[in-house]
Design a binder for this molecule. Structure first.
Ligand code: ZN
Ligand code: ZN
Length: 479
């Protein structure tokens, strides 16, 4: 059965234009060989996690491994990022492979010999640090990929850019960071990357499986604040003032009307959550002001733009109808993580031959967000998930990401390495076709640029430039 599958895939790759050489057997053997080492790297990284823009020891560790492989290494990219370049002996396209490297302010509760005991200061308080999103596995898998590909340099076409990106979970308050800063610092331009790929481990997907979705995959995350101003008065005579608490409660209801009555939910989902509301000091005083804050999740660029507009109109008009004012501000944290359909379609056989067709599963939208989304402003992109849940475990019993009990079974980190390596070899003969999807991206870029209102950017708005997107204000919390 397996043999038949391999033969089929081989036929598929060799008939594209005669240039493809199937390297999967060699890739698999090389990966299996280094797997115990990759697991060791992962466990070391897991034991010593660091927060975003503070990944100093992590970056040193990565750098040391990449230098050992003889790669061209750049450090301090976007603060603590590391970028390595591998040139194959044969000419070809430039492929970017990305891993994020930061941990989270979470205290680990899993009983493991390599559990994190690290502590640090975060927003003025002492916190535990943990790789509670599995970025340690991403680093290990990408280091493993660099190792395998370095040894296959003779047969390798084109250039591979290994991107170890800091602060995916968001930089500390007042700092820039993450994918947006990597792009701003030119990681996609020098050399110019033709296609970029990224992996996220998933604690709720069984090991040995890959999950993917073509087109929009993960949500754009925006944070909003609505400040409602009324007129302070005695609690016994509301008609002598303007009650901002009553206005706010209507606005919260109105926001859900945007989701349930005004969004085309068969096109893509929309989530609006008010997570914080503050105001008032005493039972019999109607206060002057109320502030609420929340998050918006959308999976379509146009819908994101529309929801922004509707939130403003809803808040302002409800406030106005009651004699109050509402000030709305929206910060974009990440864009929609969009997988270029043509690229997904072309690379799917590479994923299938890595672990078997039956283990590559199409999945649904995710309303979580990823700053990998910024790379697609510069090149076609494909981001997919690799399973990290122990075999046979019920998904309901597995701890979600960002929690103290988060656990990854690292026995199948080979999946990510095989997937990356097969993609690298199979992409090359397709590079010419993939250029078409670059045009698609360029047109999407213009639309993204057009719809972000001026106030989201700290620099003058450039309607058809790329730069403005990267000045989106960022804050210290995760997405
Ligand atoms: Zn995370
Ligand atoms: Zn993550």
């Amino acid at each position: 059965m397996k043999k038949t599958l391999t033969t089929l895939v081989l036929l598929a790759t060799t008939t594209i234009n005669g240039l493809a050489v199937d390297m999967s057997a060699e890739i698999n053997a090389a990966t299996e060989k280094i797997l115990p080492q990759v697991v060791e790297w992962r466990r070391h990284l897991h034991q010593y996690p660091e927060l975003g823009n503070r990944e100093f020891k992590t970056a040193d560790y990565i750098e040391k491994h990449l230098r050992r492989l003889g790669l061209e290494v750049r450090t301090k990219v976007a603060k603590t990022g590391v970028v390595a370049i591998l040139k194959g002996d044969l000419p070809g396209a430039v492929i970017g492979l990305r891993a994020d490297i930061d941990g989270l302010p979470v205290t680990e509760r899993v009983n493991l010999p390599f559990a994190s005991k690290e502590k640090t200061e975060y927003n003025g308080s002492q916190v535990g640090v943990m790789h509670a999103c599995g970025h340690d596995t991403h680093v290990a898998m990408l280091l493993g990929t660099a190792e395998v590909l370095s040894k296959m340099k003779r047969n390798l076409r084109g250039t591979i850019v290994f991107i170890f990106q800091p602060a995916e979970e968001g930089p500390p308050a007042g700092e820039e960071g993450g994918a947006a800063l990597m792009v701003k610092e030119g990681v996609m331009d020098n050399p110019k990357i033709d296609a970029i790929f990224g992996i996220h481990i998933d604690a709720l997907t069984e090991i040995g499986k890959i999950k993917y979705k073509s087109g929009s995959f993960m949500a754009a995350a925006d944070w909003f604040t609505i400040k409602v101003k009324g007129k302070q008065t005695h609690g016994s005579t509301p008609w002598t003032g303007v009650d901002p608490i009553a206005v706010s409660s209507q606005i919260i209801y109105g926001l859900q009307m945007i989701v349930s009555r005004q969004s085309e939910l068969t096109k893509a989902p929309v989530v609006i959550t008010v997570g914080k509301i503050n105001g008032g000091i005493r039972e019999n005083i109607i206060p002057e002001e109320m502030t609420m804050a929340g998050t918006i999740r959308t999976l379509d660029d146009q819908m994101q733009k529309d929801v922004h507009e509707k939130i403003k109109i809803t808040a302002q008009k409800i406030a106005e109808s009651m004699g109050a004012t509402a000030e709305v501000s929206i910060e974009t944290k990440t864009l929609v993580t969009y997988n270029t359909p043509e690229l997904v379609e072309k690379m799917l056989p590479s994923l299938e031959k890595s672990i078997g067709k039956e283990n590559v599963l199409e999945t649904n939208w995710i309303t979580g967000a990823e700053d990998f989304s910024y790379y697609r402003l510069k090149a076609p992109a494909f981001f997919f998930q690799v399973g990290g849940m122990p075999k046979g475990k019920n998904k309901k019993d597995a701890a979600p990401h960002h929690t103290p009990d988060f656990y990854i079974d690292d026995s199948r980190l080979d999946v990510g390495i095989k997937a990356f390596c097969n993609i690298v070899f199979d992409y090359q003969p397709m590079a010419k076709t993939a250029q078409i999807s670059n045009n698609d991206i360029l047109s999407r870029q213009v639309s993204v640029e057009n719809y972000f209102p001026k106030q989201f950017f700290d620099v003058p708005f450039q309607p058809f430039g790329f730069e403005s997107v990267f000045s989106i204000r960022q804050s210290d919390k995760g997405f």
